[in-house]
Write a protein that binds this ligand. Structure first.
Ligand code: BGC
Length: 331
């Protein structure tokens, strides 16, 4: 009798164990990882490519079977209050990890809330100056100084180093991105620094912020062309979105890129690479949306696995794009 009982008990225990592991295999908690992605603004050419790459990275992983990643991407609409609410919602929902493209980097308040939540998070694209990342957070971006330097180099490599009218001074206008973003500051500074470091005399005729936006870029360049006319030899735009707008204004004013004016941007959007190839834009700089998105997703997986990212600030390199290599970056 005793023997029978213990055999029965053993059989029951085996059933119980099998039952448990079945539950874990099929259970939500064990198999679905929830990732909240907060983008500063959907209506941004570069960040649109970036978020599509993030989605694709996890779609590809999901297609392989195994752990499934449920990605929720939200639009901060360039509004600090809106984004704060979105990130706080992710935190209260208890997502497993986050990718955050901050609207505001001049205040570390939201980043601090993320740190306090203890949720593994990768910040992207907008770097918070002098920020101390915790054990579960890190940053993926690019060193904007380099993109500015490449813009300056593209102009320096033109005949007369950009001085189209040969009067000894390169007269330029600067269309800046959102000053909240250090990319805007560094591109503005380093593009000109390259020229002056190489002995080129420059004069800034006009400098305004177009907030990374094509329509604003067009407006600003149109009004600068109106005010300064043929004096403008170079149009520097902190990104390609605004350079697309600038190109429209340049055409409307009857000016010809490569002949009587130069135009440079940053990002290497396909449209711009086609223009660089055709000569209707002087050059751009690859801001590697795919490389950065991949690095960000890989960092999320590392953090989820419980590993600390030791390179807290991970810069993906920029590449100078001119007529010679533009083909390579047309997607
Ligand atoms: C890109 C811009 C974009 C901005 C958004 C920059 O790195 O060059 O095109 O608008 O990031 O924060």
């Amino acid at each position: 009798m005793k023997k029978l009982l213990s055999v029965l008990l053993a059989v029951l225990m085996v059933f119980a164990l099998v039952g448990c592991s079945k539950k874990e295999e099929g259970g939500e908690a064990a198999d679905t990882v929830k990732i909240g992605v907060a983008i500063y603004q959907f209506d941004d050419n570069f960040m649109t490519l970036y978020r599509q790459n993030i989605q694709k990275y996890f779609d590809d992983l999901n297609a392989k079977g195994g752990t499934q990643y449920e990605i929720t991407i939200v639009d901060g609409k360039n509004d600090v209050a809106e984004q704060t609410e979105q990130v706080n919602t992710f935190i209260s929902q208890g997502v497993d990890a986050m990718i955050v493209n901050l609207v505001q980097t001049s205040s570390p308040a939201l980043a601090q809330a993320v740190e306090d939540s203890g949720i593994p998070t990768v910040f992207i694209n907008r770097e918070i100056a002098d920020y101390k990342y915790g054990t579960k957070t890190c940053y993926v971006g690019a060193d904007a100084r380099d993109s500015g330097t490449y813009q300056g180099q593209i102009i320096f490599d033109q005949p007369n180093h950009g001085d189209l009218n040969g009067d000894g001074v390169v007269k330029y206008i600067m269309i800046m991105g959102d000053p909240e973003n250090s990319d805007a500051k560094f591109r503005t500074e380093y593009s000109i620094k390259y020229l002056t470091d190489n002995g080129v005399a420059v004069e800034c005729l006009y400098q305004e912020t177009g907030m990374w936006d094509q329509a604003k870029g067009q407006e600003l360049v149109a009004s600068a062309l109106n005010a300064y006319g043929d004096d403008i030899e170079v149009v520097f735009c902190n990104n390609d979105g605004m350079a697309l707008g600038a190109a429209q204004a340049i055409n409307a004013a009857g000016r010809t890129v490569g002949t009587d004016i130069y135009l440079v941007g940053v990002d290497a959007l396909t449209e711009c690479c086609e223009m660089v190839k055709a000569g209707t834009m002087t050059g751009t700089v690859l801001n590697d949306d795919q490389g950065q998105a991949t690095a960000a997703c890989e960092s999320v997986l590392q953090l989820l696995a419980g590993n600390e990212i030791t390179t807290k600030v991970n810069y993906v390199p920029y590449v100078m794009v001119t007529a010679e290599n533009a083909d390579q970056y047309i997607k």
